[in-house]
Design a protein around this ligand. Structure first.
Ligand SMILES: Nc1ncnc2c1ncn2[C@@H]1O[C@H](COP(=O)(O)OP(=O)(O)OP(=O)(O)O)[C@@H](O)[C@H]1O
Length: 544
């Protein structure tokens, strides 16, 4: 069934777009889809996306004259009585299922060519992948709620070529990431991911009755102090240590290692020394630093700050295997109240291990040697996608940070080693441009800030200017999905979560009233207790 919706005004100035006239403007919002059929090809539909709409000013327009010889009397009648709109449409091409993309047929519409509304079945054909595995159901095409044209994305693309999730605060980023994670752990997918959950928004996934066992919640990630190397200390320090300080710290750590392995004896093998427990604390490092006459107060002070890091532990370490249970989404919670430097250290330390471990695994898979004992212990044999909330803090555009270098490396090279990156940010303009532009897929939601909008327009080319123009107009849960993980950019209403969302916006009025009432109750009780106490002492006084 065809749904005639307008007439082309002829070929556009370029092959990429053309104008047509319509009166059905309610249906044809920016981002909607139409198609035309080239005369010389049977059953071929050239799909187009609406970019712009302008009301036709009757007296100034030459549109009726242009179309008159080409459009039948009924059509002309509709156009002249309703005036209508001039709409610009971007030509996407003919969808080729085998190719999984659009082919451009170079067949521009002629004047008066009929333009049809793309019905739900046609859209569904394009947006529904033929494979059943590795597809993630994210929601439905916006404005097509009734028919529910589902929007799917390709999990492999996320896992290999990275994803950005960008929006102002409260627009629905973590809710959407929750939907994505629910999908990745479904039985047909069983993707492995690691989420750095800074604000404790994802634990509800692990508590869900149905989904819970597909998630691995790491509530107390621990880093064993003796496993830290100089670069790790550098990440945890507020300012770069001087070369002299690095040298001194190296000496102290070497001393402590030798003590702990009791390895002054040359009979202890290197492998034993590697595996032996070295259970020293930050305080031990500072003590050792203060011994002798070479005290470095500044270094001691820097180290002293690390004593507050809950994640640093003299004895235990969360192993990379615990962090990356295959087929599960592994959620790393940050210690409550962890400050910026501790957060940087946690992200740096574990992300670096994941990357190193995947490099080793791929090297061995390619037949280039085997694992040494240490590598075998920490090897991860599945591709992993790392989700990073507040990514602009770890890879800022304007600050040298080791975490930024690491995220740039993953964005550039992660694909080769099966390490995917999903960066989530409410301030894309503060996010490192290299990291952002390496994300080949994007989910973009409401963005209010003009500078952020400009950054997105610059770095997320796939989304198309036309769709991005409407960013401030999106409401919570509405998103543009664009890039390699979807066949064509599409305005999407993200589906409802199957698990509870852990980052609910508080109901301020409700919570304030509740807190007020509880405070009043407490006050009343306090007054009553004081009264009782006074009465008791009066009674006692009388008795005396
Ligand atoms: N697709 C959706 N359907 C229904 N409700 C949604 C949807 N997306 C988000 N919400 C609601 O909107 C609110 C904000 O969502 P969310 O916590 O994901 O925002 P956010 O962008 O991550 O914010 P922040 O940057 O402050 O963490 C939540 O209360 C959530 O329940």
């Amino acid at each position: 069934m065809k749904d005639l919706t307008g007439w082309a005004l002829g070929p556009g100035r370029t092959e990429e777009s053309f104008d047509f006239v319509t009166t059905e403007i309610e249906k044809l919002k920016v981002g909607e889809f139409v198609y035309y059929e080239p005369d010389d090809r049977d059953d071929t539909k050239i799909l187009c996306r609406i970019q712009e709409r302008d009301r036709i000013v009757a007296d100034e327009s030459d549109v009726p004259q242009t179309l008159e010889p080409h459009v039948d009397a009924d059509g002309m009648e509709t156009l002249t009585t309703n005036r209508g709109y001039r709409v610009t449409a971007k030509v996407l091409g003919v969808y080729d299922e085998d190719m999984g993309g659009f082919r451009n047929l170079r067949s521009s519409p002629h004047i008066g060519q009929e333009v049809y509304y793309a019905h739900d079945e046609l859209l569904a054909e394009i947006l529904t992948p033929s494979e059943r595995q590795g597809v993630l159901h994210m929601g439905h095409v916006l404005n097509r709620e009734d028919a529910d044209v589902k929007v799917f994305v390709d999990m492999d693309e996320v896992a290999t070529k990275h994803l950005s999730v960008l929006a102002s605060t409260g627009a629905g980023k973590s809710y959407t990431v929750g939907v994505l994670l629910e999908e990745t752990v479904k039985p047909g997918n069983r993707g492995t991911s690691v989420v750095f959950d800074i604000h404790g928004e994802y634990f509800t996934l692990a508590e869900d009755d149905e989904y819970g066992d597909r998630f691995n919640l790491i509530e107390e990630p621990r880093i064993k102090i003796s496993n830290l190397d100089l670069d790790d200390f550098q990440v945890a320090f507020a300012e770069d240590a001087t070369n002299v300080q690095r040298e001194r710290l190296r000496e102290v750590l070497d001393d402590l290692d030798i003590d702990d392995t009791t390895a002054s004896s040359s009979s202890v093998s290197a492998e034993y020394q590697d595996n032996v427990r070295r259970d020293y604390s930050v305080a031990d490092i500072i003590d050792r630093l203060s011994e002798g006459n070479r005290v470095d107060d500044n270094l001691a002070w820097r180290l002293g700050l690390l004593e507050d890091f809950v994640s640093l532990d003299p004895e235990t370490e969360t192993s990379v295997q615990e962090l990356c249970e295959p087929g599960k989404c592994n959620i790393i919670e940050f210690p409550t109240g962890a400050e910026e430097l501790e957060r940087n250290l946690i992200l740096w330390y574990f992300t670096k291990q994941i990357m190193e471990s995947r490099k080793e695994a791929v090297r061995v898979q390619r037949g280039r040697g085997g694992f040494d004992a240490k590598a075998r212990e920490r090897h991860i044999d599945v591709p992993v996608t790392i989700f990073i909330e507040e990514a602009h803090n770890f890879a800022p555009i304007d600050r040298e940070l080791k975490t930024r270098d690491l995220l740039q490396e993953i964005a550039r090279e992660g694909r080769k080693f099966g390490v995917g990156l999903c960066v989530i940010s409410q301030r894309p303009s503060r996010l490192d441009e290299d990291v952002l532009s390496q994300c080949n897929s994007s989910i973009i939601m409401k963005v209010r800030n003009g500078v952020d909008q400009e950054t997105i327009a610059r770095s997320v080319e796939a989304a198309g200017e036309d769709l991005l123009r409407d960013l401030p107009g999106l409401t919570t849960g509405q998103a543009i999905l664009a890039g390699d993980f979807i066949n064509t950019p599409v305005l999407t209403k993200i589906r409802l979560r199957e698990t509870e969302h852990g980052g609910m916006t508080p109901d301020v009025a409700k919570e304030s009233i509740k807190a007020y009432k509880e405070a009043q109750k407490r006050k009343k009780k306090k007054r009553e207790r004081a009264k009782k106490k006074a009465k008791k002492s009066r009674d006692k006084g009388r008795g005396d």
